[in-house]
Design a protein around this ligand. Structure first.
Ligand SMILES: C[S@@+](CC[C@H](N)C(=O)[O-])C[C@H]1O[C@@H](n2cnc3c(N)ncnc32)[C@H](O)[C@@H]1O
Length: 231
């Protein structure tokens, strides 16, 4: 199967004190997408059927920018790319990186806490949704002092590390285009409470496939791909 020859990663020039700098989790996703997007398929889905992709929690915009780069390389891959974040500062920074990569005004940006501010016309349109969420349990000291900062949005997943992912799972189906087959990718860690998370995945009618893993310092970072369970 012909591969898309993507040697370079998006150029991330702009950051900010509250914006997550791409790290091992970001590159677990990037490397996976470089491997599974071929001339005719996106992880098993006919590439021409992928019309809309969402990079949720975009940070510097790195994942959305990767998809824009693939579009340049493969004319059969022509989805609209959306990128959202809860932080205005992240979106500002992602727009600057979009410009630095010469894709000015190509990505559609939405500021939103998960899907709360998404307009109705984005319901049931996404063939692929990617979320590298905050997935680590809160530090007790930060919680006790009640001194969370905006950068905590990048890693703080609440008491068991899965608060944001669980809220995401509650809503994600409303935004998926379930007609042609669709993929939801998200990152978790062996520090995240996976028992509770797996229950939620089951209850929401998804099957989880672990498609990547990387050991970094104190944790295993896990790349999950959700697909709709056939009923
Ligand atoms: C781990 S960073 C990932 C950034 C980027 N996608 C990457 O892979 O480098 C998590 C991102 O999710 C955003 N985020 C956290 N909670 C969110 C929420 N409820 N809704 C939308 N974005 C959120 C953070 O602001 C941050 O940019």
């Amino acid at each position: 199967m012909p591969k898309i020859n993507l040697l370079t990663d998006p150029m991330i020039i702009h950051g900010g004190e509250n914006v997550y700098s791409p790290s091992d989790d970001s590159f677990l996703l990037i490397d996976y997408f470089k491997k599974i997007i071929t001339e005719n398929h996106f992880d098993g889905i006919d590439i021409r059927k992928i019309k809309n992709i969402l990079d949720l929690g975009t940070g510097t915009g790195i994942i959305a920018l990767l998809f824009q780069m693939v579009k340049l390389k493969n004319p059969k891959f022509n989805p609209k790319i959306y990128a959202s974040d809860i932080l205005e500062e992240a979106l500002r920074c992602a727009r600057l990186n979009e410009k630095a990569n010469k894709f000015e005004n190509k990505i559609k940006f939405v500021r939103s806490d998960l899907f709360k501010s998404f307009p109705d016309n984005l319901k049931h349109v996404f063939d692929v949704i990617v979320f590298n969420p905050p997935y680590l349990p809160s530090f007790q000291s930060v919680k006790e002092k009640n001194n969370t900062t905006k950068i905590d949005y990048s890693w703080d997943g609440g008491e068991h590390g899965n608060d944001v992912i669980i809220k995401f799972l509650d809503e994600v189906k409303n935004f998926l285009n379930m007609k042609n087959g669709c993929h939801v990718y998200f990152i978790s860690s062996d520090r995240t409470d996976l028992r509770e998370l797996n229950e939620k995945i089951e209850n929401k009618g998804f099957k989880n496939n672990i498609v990547g893993k990387k050991h970094v310092f104190f944790e295993d970072i896990i790349l999950n791909r959700l697909n709709l369970r056939e009923s």
